[in-house]
Design a protein. Structure first.
Length: 75
């Protein structure tokens, strides 16, 4: 889960603000913005991977419910 600051930095970033502009708007340093943004992007990537894995498991479940009994290979 993103912290409030990570979410705020990510919003600014997605709206096209530079790290310097974000730092000025939030009253923090640019290196702090960089660290917050890096952590936020890593968390978003991990969440995306988690969702993809869950979808693959649901796909396998669907195959099993339809009677498939072979080795299921994750997509």
């Amino acid at each position: 889960m993103l912290t409030g600051r990570q979410a705020q930095v990510l919003r600014y970033h997605l709206l096209g603000y530079s790290q310097v502009e974000i730092a000025e708007a939030m009253g923090i340093t640019q290196p702090r913005v960089s660290a917050l943004l890096s952590r936020a992007l890593k968390k978003v990537a991990l969440a995306r991977q988690t969702v993809e894995f869950y979808e693959e498991l649901m796909y396998i479940r669907e195959l099993r419910e339809r009677g498939y009994r072979g080795e299921a290979v994750l997509r």
